[in-house]
Design a protein around this ligand. Sequence first.
Ligand code: ZN
Length: 253
Amino acid sequence: MINLLGRIAMLRSLPAAPEPCVLEVDGRPVKLSFKRNVRCKRMIMRLAKDGTGLVMTLPKRTSQAEAHRFALASKDWIRKNLANRMVATEFGDGVLVPLRGELWRISCPGGRRGLVQQDHEAKTLIVPGDLAHVNRRLTDWLKQQALQDLTRASHHCATAMNVKFSAITVRDQSSRWGSCSHARALSYSWRLILAPSYVLDYVAAHEVAHLQEMNHGPRFWRLVLTHCKTAKQARHWLKTEARDLHRYGVKTP
Ligand SMILES: [Zn+2]
């Protein structure tokens, strides 16, 4: 109890973190948020979990001015290490978006609202209607595409592994790409539709395999590898590239 009270007193004595600010990196605005940590000995800058900006953790006594000086002095480092990975990308006319691992250009002719169309030859996604709603509408369309691909991939694996699932949904989880509940419901991140198809197929194989093995033991991995030949490459891709997928489109909690 004393420990807990002591800890609360310590947290209370932490000065408030500075307000978030916007840093300009290569002419692009980058949101920088701050937080304090009593155990932190030096300032630490890292990518925000949702990939849309930076978070700086400050020791207890670091002033706002010091924090800002450190941020400005870190611009080169940010440019080199993070800049291409962290700018939130709203869907709009001319913006490039990865779809099944290939880059497509968004075209917004305006006019009346209609269905999103794919021009396969020009690698263009045509989003008609009010420009103000393009970000939301294309996100919704990508979610439908994700559900379609993930349903197909999950059924394929379930048949091959001789298991059944009860439901399938797509969401916008920030920390995992898929999950499988005890009620045998599969849930995936819609952002997998942005990744190469072999990555989506692997995540489906992984979650469907959990219907047989609710663990990550050797039998589980044998099952995954038997039904997904690209598991190794896909896992590597998820580790190295997938974070970038979080910057696209509309975020839903
Ligand atoms: Zn798993």
